[in-house]
Ligand binder design. Structure first.
Ligand code: ADE
Ligand code: ZN
Ligand code: ZN
Length: 259
């Protein structure tokens, strides 16, 4: 009896058996924090008013927090988008009828732009948008449907059983042991040209960019492979770049909404 309680507690506490959790808290906060630094004065003011002083980093995990509430279950498929391998491009007619990451971002932007939308709806969709722009830059959130974006590709992370999706969501970031504000800083200032290059394009371009990166990552891992320091050394700089791109592009989207 005592033993089974202990096992249950261990399962709960370690999160074994729980669904994946996106960039993980630190990753999403990093993207929110970077976006905050690139907001226009006008966007800053409007957002601070809507969020009643809370920062983008603070609200960045709201879309994950609500997952445990049955009333919000329908937003589950909004965290990722899978393009069929036979398709070159995103085909709207074939898209998930329950929504996907691209539709989620489009919906959030539409509500924020809608003069007739309620303040409550705007607040909700702003928080969702901050999160989803982060998800868009986690390559495995634009991965293959057949392996649920890498969730079914088992690997070992140091000495622990894991999967490649989870390694990218949170395990590399957590292993680095830096706070979101430290991750948002400690980077060379982008030149205007670099900034412009990141800002270039639209939502679909960014979907394709993540999909391409996911394909490269699929090719760089073997099922059951033991990943650790070497994998971190190779990929963590790219992971940080993804967090950064997410932040800069979130700011771009928000600056366009609050022009
Ligand atoms: N999480 C759950 N299912 C997923 C999928 N098909 N792609 C990416 N992330 C997911
Ligand atoms: Zn995830
Ligand atoms: Zn998510």
């Amino acid at each position: 009896m005592k033993r089974s309680i202990l096992v249950l507690f261990a399962i709960f506490y370690t999160g074994i058996g729980f669904a994946e959790n996106d960039w993980g808290k630190t990753g999403h906060r990093t993207t929110g924090e970077i976006a905050e630094k690139h907001l226009s004065k006008k966007a800053q003011k409007a957002i601070s008013e809507l969020l009643e002083g809370q920062s983008l980093a603070f609200v960045a995990n709201y879309a994950d927090d609500i997952k445990s509430d049955p009333d919000y279950r329908k937003y589950g498929p909004w965290h990722y988008v899978n393009i069929a391998p036979e398709d070159d491009k995103y085909v709207r007619e074939k898209a998930n009828k329950d929504g996907d990451l691209l539709q989620a971002i489009e919906k959030s932007i539409a509500v924020l732009k809608d003069k007739n939308a309620s303040r409550e709806d705007k607040k909700f969709y702003l928080k969702m948008l901050v999160h989803f722009m982060g998800d868009l830059h986690q390559p495995f959130h634009v991965g293959r449907g057949s392996d649920r974006g890498g969730n079914d590709i088992q690997v070992r992370w140091f000495n622990e059983g894991s999967n490649i999706h989870r390694v990218w969501d949170s395990q590399m970031i957590d292993s680095y042991q830096m706070s979101y504000s430290e991750l948002a800083e400690n980077r060379k200032e982008l030149t205007r040209k670099e900034l412009k290059e990141i800002e270039e394009g639209n939502l679909l371009d960014w979907v394709y960019e993540s999909r391409e990166m996911a394909n490269r990552l699929y090719d760089s891992v073997e099922i059951g492979e033991k990943l650790g320091y070497e994998y971190m050394y190779k990929w963590f700089p790219r992971l940080r770049e993804q967090l950064h791109k997410g932040g800069v592009r979130l700011a771009k989207v928000l600056n366009e909404i609050y022009r």
